[in-house]
Design a protein around this ligand. Structure first.
Ligand code: PMV
Length: 336
């Protein structure tokens, strides 16, 4: 599949009439409850499994895009110019190439309140905001389904960052990925809380891209796919039934299975540190006290907790620096 040609079937033809135009957008981040881990197509970020996430409306990225009268793109993240030698610079430029009219260059400025590359889904909100900003800059007025497909090309998990609440990304079956996009699950759960246990803002030692590839070749991977298919069904049922215990247990098991898979891979991948293990112990202590709190961990040492509002005070008492979010009672900010 030629990605540029594929993109041209999705976006309207771009006519630049105003070189001074700029685009801007905000996108929230999302936390996977049932993880996306492994690709059936690396170039198109097509997953081997469907995934389920929850959007965190107040955590995200604002991206501004403008044309630039220069020979190359300028990428600024949180006020710092990203050096052209950085892997991230190439990733952004390669993504922008898919949409670049003629040889125009871009200036991209992103401000994010999510620590970068620390397992808190900074790339999900970053690429989602970039696609929304492109939609704004070029006045495409594309529906969310198409925007979700484009965001997926930047970072898989970004395709889920275009909707509030629970979001499902169906893996799709087509080779061109036009059936692999995210959709909102129409169920609200206002009492649901997500606690961010920020243990480190240090960059992870291996990117999720590389770690995924290693895992896919691990002997335990087929089993992980099987479990994941069951996990997402159980989670969706638990959401429909508002069965928090069932949801929480399945979320934690999915995360444990993911990290067990990574540990058993060759080379072995370890995102946890001693603080992560200590925090998991605190979750176990709370559960032993009869409090329904569960953790999930992505490609980083930090943890995210799931619990209901009725238990928020008890969870906070155990985790001193816990940031508590209520995804269903917060609004996604509109960028103006
Ligand atoms: O979208 P990526 O390439 O940053 O991968 C995300 C991987 C996980 O965060 C670990 C899982 C997920 O579904 O978000």
């Amino acid at each position: 599949v030629n990605i540029k040609e594929l993109v041209n079937t999705i976006i309207p033809s771009t006519d630049i009439t105003d070189i001074e135009a700029c685009g801007a957008a905000y996108a929230p981040t999302n936390i996977a409850l049932c993880k996306y881990w492994g690709k059936r197509n690396k170039d198109l970020n097509l997953p081997t499994v469907s995934s389920l996430s929850i959007t965190l409306p107040t955590k995200g990225a604002i991206t501004r895009l403008a044309y630039r009268d220069a020979k190359d793109d300028l990428v600024i993240v949180n006020g710092n110019v990203v050096p052209k030698t950085a892997e991230f610079y190439t990733r952004v430029v390669t993504f922008l190439d898919l949409f670049r009219p003629k040889n125009l260059c871009f200036a991209v400025k992103t401000n994010s309140n999510v620590p970068i590359s620390a397992g808190l889904a900074s790339s999900a909100c970053g690429f989602a905001a970039m696609v929304l900003a492109l939609n704004d800059l070029f006045s495409w007025q594309l529906p969310l389904k198409q925007l979700s497909i484009l965001a997926r090309l930047g970072s898989g998990s970004a395709c889920r960052s275009l909707y509030p609440g629970f979001v499902i990304w169906n893996k799709g079956l087509l080779a061109n990925g036009l059936d692999s996009f995210a959709k909102k699950v129409d169920i609200d759960w206002p009492e649901l809380c997500i606690g961010i246990v920020l243990l480190t803002t240090e960059k992870k030692n291996i990117s999720s891209r590389k770690a995924m590839q290693i895992s896919v070749n691990s002997p335990g991977y087929p089993k992980w796919i099987q479990n994941s298919e069951r996990d997402i069904e159980v989670m969706l049922q638990a959401i429909f039934d508002k069965d928090f215990l069932s949801l929480g247990l399945q979320v934690e098991n999915n995360s444990k299975a993911l990290h067990a898979l990574m540990l058993s891979s060759e080379p072995s991948i370890q995102y946890s540190n001693s603080a992560t293990e200590h925090a998991k112990g605190l979750v176990a202590d709370l559960r032993a006290e009869g409090i329904d709190v569960f953790f999930t961990q992505d490609a980083g040492a930090n943890l995210k907790l799931l619990f209901l509002q009725q238990d928020a005070a008890k969870v906070r008492a155990k985790f001193t620096h816990l940031e508590i979010l209520q995804p269903f009672t917060e609004q996604i900010q509109e960028y103006v």
